[in-house]
Write a protein that binds this ligand. Structure first.
Ligand code: E4P
Length: 217
């Protein structure tokens, strides 16, 4: 499973990229607002850090506006993926960008039928929002499993990008359900490395090592 980082904070992306943990990046209007930066500047800087796909989201709800904004975003760098909402206009724009050879990420997917429509429109990625479904007592992971089955049934090439991931368990479950990609907040990626037995193991080994009085260097 590929790891995308779900943030517009370049410092976090750079740090995780250096650790080999960044296959791509996703942003959304809320993350851009949180960064306090201009969307074009920050997307360009992210694309300079990672060669992987970088999703940049349109703000328009109208087809013409989505196409115009998506074209501006796609020109920022060759690895920009145009992110579009799962509406009929968004699907129409997805088809437009597919025909223009520009990659798309169809976002705010909350049902298997929506995912089916995105695949038929030619989306590169579909983003089912796990955490937001869990928030309202529905099963986000069941949605990933259902989309996996549907896409495999018909050999759709659209990649399942598990989004709205809130914790380490979501990452494991998305991998088990067969998501192609998980987009994960930086802090959750860092937490994936944590295990109390790793920490106590290191402590024990270092204590015994000090007792030998040896030095490797
Ligand atoms: C990514 O593409 C989504 O915009 C993001 O994962 C949403 O996460 P949230 O539900 O925690 O805001």
């Amino acid at each position: 499973m590929k790891f995308f980082v779900d943030t517009a904070e370049v410092k976090d992306i750079r740090e995780l990229h250096e650790a080999g943990l960044v296959d791509g990046v996703t942003t959304n209007p809320s993350l851009i607002a949180k960064s306090g930066r201009n969307i074009k500047e920050v997307i360009k800087e992210i694309c300079d850090v990672t060669p992987g796909p970088v999703s940049a989201e349109v703000a328009s709800l109208e087809y013409d506006g989505m196409v115009a904004e998506g074209e501006v975003l796609a020109k920022i760098a060759s690895n920009v993926v145009v992110k579009l909402p799962l509406t009929l206009n968004g699907l129409k724009a997805t088809k437009h960008f597919k025909e223009a050879g520009i990659k798309t990420n169809v976002t705010l997917c909350f049902s298997a039928n929506q995912a089916l429509l995105a695949a038929k429109a030619g989306a590169t990625y579909i983003s089912p929002f796990i955490g937001r479904l869990d928030d309202i007592n529905l099963d986000g992971m069941e949605l990933i499993e259902n989309i996996r089955t549907i896409y495999d049934n018909y050999q759709f090439e659209t990649q399942i990008l598990a989004a709205s991931i809130r914790n380490a368990n979501h990452v494991t479950q998305a991998a088990l359900a067969g998501a192609d990609v998980a987009t994960i907040p930086p802090d959750v990626i860092r937490k994936l490395a944590n295990h109390p037995l790793t920490n106590s193991g290191i402590e024990g080994f270092l204590k015994d090592w000090k007792g030998t009085g040896q030095s490797i260097l």
